[in-house]
Write a protein that binds this ligand. Structure first.
Ligand code: DX5
Ligand code: ZN
Length: 225
């Protein structure tokens, strides 16, 4: 199956979020990635349930909330109620990972778990069979526009192998520093969903999406950036 592209709204113009969503949707986005930050798990603040709710009103595409917040289980239901189809929590952010995943699914949303670049992938093992998505961070979370960490490709390959071993249909997502140049490696390693912020909203959105989608369809990057 072809890989899917979820633009990260962190890189969009917040004064015109609706326009950004419509433009990306017209360009072939498969869904939207909303970064939620609490100033504690990561040194930055961003988006809350009301932002998800506002985005929900302007698109029917899937919305995923990437919760970079401590004890994310406290807020899972708020994000589901706001219209998030998928809620992604960080393994490092809670001692109750299994509970957070179970709660997300009980509420009728898809459950994802994310791991930072410095986190041993083994934390995923106990919950792997209960997940709809694994998110391998390819930068340290908290900021857009960072450089892709090359070691992430090997981590994606490992998670792909583990998912295949248990015949899991879970998505394997990569987030951080994704460009036409870095997309190729993670796709070859088995990623099924790519998140891209700056590479979509930096510059001309339609053109950026065209180039990214061509790479994802197996073409060559025209202007590797
Ligand atoms: C980083 C966020 C990413 C971010 C990616 O903390 O999780 O979703 O928006 O931005 P780019 O694609 O610019 O690296
Ligand atoms: Zn993210």
């Amino acid at each position: 199956m072809r890989a899917r592209l979820f633009p990260s709204l962190l890189a969009a113009d917040f004064a015109n979020l609706g326009d950004a969503i419509q433009e990306a949707e017209a360009g072939g986005a498969d869904g939207f990635h909303l970064d939620v930050m609490d100033g504690q798990f990561v040194p930055n603040f961003n988006f809350g349930p009301r932002t998800v709710e506002a985005c929900r009103r302007v698109t029917a595409l899937p919305l995923e909330a990437h919760l970079m917040i401590v004890q994310p289980e406290r807020f899972v239901s708020d994000f589901v109620q706001a219209g998030a189809n998928r809620v992604i929590v960080h393994a490092e952010a809670t001692p109750h990972l299994h509970r957070a995943v179970g709660l997300t699914r009980e509420l009728g949303a898809q459950a994802g778990v994310s791991v930072n670049p410095g986190t041993p992938l083994e934390v995923l093992r106990p919950v792997l069979g209960d997940l709809d998505l694994v998110l391998v961070m390819s930068v340290n979370p908290g900021l857009g526009g960072q450089r892709f960490i090359p070691g992430s490709v090997e981590r994606v390959r490992t998670v792909r192998r583990w998912l295949d071993e248990v015949s899991s249909g879970a998505e394997l997502e990569v987030d951080g520093g994704i460009t036409p140049a870095t997309a190729t490696g993670v796709l070859a390693a088995g990623a099924s969903v790519l998140v891209a912020g700056s590479a979509v909203f930096g510059g001309e959105v339609a053109r950026n999406l065209e180039v990214l989608r061509a790479v994802m369809a197996g073409g060559q990057p025209e202007e590797a950036s």
